[in-house]
Design a protein around this ligand. Structure first.
Ligand SMILES: *[C@@H]1O[C@H](CO)[C@@H](O)[C@H](O)[C@H]1NC(C)=O
Ligand SMILES: *[C@@H]1O[C@H](CO)[C@@H](O)[C@H](O)[C@H]1NC(C)=O
Length: 370
């Protein structure tokens, strides 16, 4: 596994320096905000340290967040208070403890395709968690929320591809090709079938259909799939659309089931370098959504069905329904209304905020952006 990681790192490991400038010390005004986030993170991780999640997405987010956090800690400016640094180090250690003590054979997967996807990501998790894009502001434009209402949005999303099942199938195809290219060391390049290319390039610009496409594009870029396609430009275009949607979800006052999507949008596009997704107002929302017991809850299932991402149109064969049942059971067994994916997105987005609030001299601008 580590041999393969090294190969990957040398081939694709574009690790950017994240401190291009430190002319001003504006970021220091963000220290109280980071304290506030660290309390939230600590409580969230404490919950999952005692109540193990069985959801692979939680562990993917956990490891990715740890990568961002370790980098942030290593690059901290000297003027950051020692106590805050210690807080962040403790959070990172807790992430390690959770990861180290997890029995990965007990995780529950929603389908065979998804199992392959999650395991391939785990196998390369050290590579993914060391990829950092520099954060900039000023490329997203002043996007306004949609003019239609939430009901119209849901209807629109429903007609769009891909479904979660179709997205899983193409992500699996992509990773199988990428892994083959890695292990055989042959001249073969990572390839996608025309159907999956179409899904990635022409799929929906809404809801989870859209975020699943961004994730697949990020994977394609890491593994150098889809030769001749400017994936960075596509991700940029999609993040502009997403920015509009994130603002719309806020304008609609976060309908049930959409908090997970909101945080996933922040996580995905901020991690691609788009600083517009960093707003103290959004940070305060994410913090305020934490359940008293530390986890995050969001009744996603009705929303997923309404938007057609899962449901009759993509209803799984009997064997898969059994899996679905086990996934649901595993999710509810982790205590009350906690939802691992929602918690995973909260974890990931909050750690992005920690990094961005401490790293850049543009930090003061996040206050005035609307
Ligand atoms: C960090 O963890 C250590 C050991 O558990 C503890 O003694 C210390 O008080 C913690 N630091 C902070 C700032 O919470
Ligand atoms: C987790 O495991 C790694 C590798 O085995 C080890 O280096 C590290 O000290 C462990 N961390 C904790 C907090 O248990």
């Amino acid at each position: 596994m580590y041999g393969r990681c090294n190969v990957l790192l040398t081939l694709f490991g574009t690790i950017f320096a994240i401190y291009p400038y430190f002319d001003t010390q504006d970021f220091i005004y963000n220290v109280p905000k980071v304290y506030r986030i660290s309390i939230t993170l600590d409580k969230l991780l404490e919950h999952y340290e005692t109540k193990m999640s069985k959801d692979p997405e939680w562990y993917i987010a956990l490891r990715m967040a740890r990568g961002q956090l370790e980098y942030t800690i290593n690059e901290l400016d000297k003027s950051v208070p020692a106590k805050l640094k210690e807080n962040l180090q403790n959070i990172s250690r807790r992430m390690d403890r959770i990861w180290n003590s997890t029995d990965f054979t007990t995780l529950v997967y929603r389908s065979k395709d998804y199992e392959y996807v999650a395991k391939a990501i785990f196998e390369n998790i050290d590579v993914f968690s060391s990829l950092l894009e520099p954060i900039t502001i000023g490329t997203m434009g002043t996007q306004k929320p949609f003019r239609f209402n939430f009901e119209q949005y849901v209807q629109e999303a429903k007609t769009k591809m891909p479904s979660r099942k179709a997205a899983d199938a193409c992500t699996m195809q992509l990773l199988i090709s990428a892994m083959e290219t890695q292990t055989t060391q042959a001249d073969g390049t990572c390839e996608l079938s025309p159907e999956c290319q179409t899904q990635l390039m022409q799929g929906s610009g809404l809801a989870f259909q859209q975020t699943s496409r961004v994730r697949a594009m990020i994977l394609s870029r890491v593994f150098d799939c889809m030769e001749g396609v400017d994936l960075s430009a596509l991700i940029y275009k999609l993040c502009i659309q997403i920015y509009k949607e994130t603002k719309s979800l806020e304008a609609w006052d976060h309908p049930p089931g959409t908090r997970t999507l909101f945080m996933q949008q922040i996580l995905l596009c901020a991690s691609q370098g788009y600083g517009e997704f960093i707003k103290p107002r959004w940070m305060n929302k994410v913090i305020s959504w934490q359940e008293p017991k530390g986890c995050y809850a969001d009744d996603r299932q009705p929303f997923l069905k309404l938007t057609g991402f899962v449901g009759p149109a993509s209803s799984p064969p009997p064997k898969d329904s059994e899996e679905e049942y086990r996934v649901k059971k595993a999710a509810s067994s982790e205590g009350g209304s906690c939802n691992s994916l929602t918690s995973a997105m909260a974890l990931g987005s909050l750690v992005m905020y920690v990094r961005v609030l401490l790293e850049t001299d543009q930090a003061f601008q996040y206050e005035v952006l609307v």
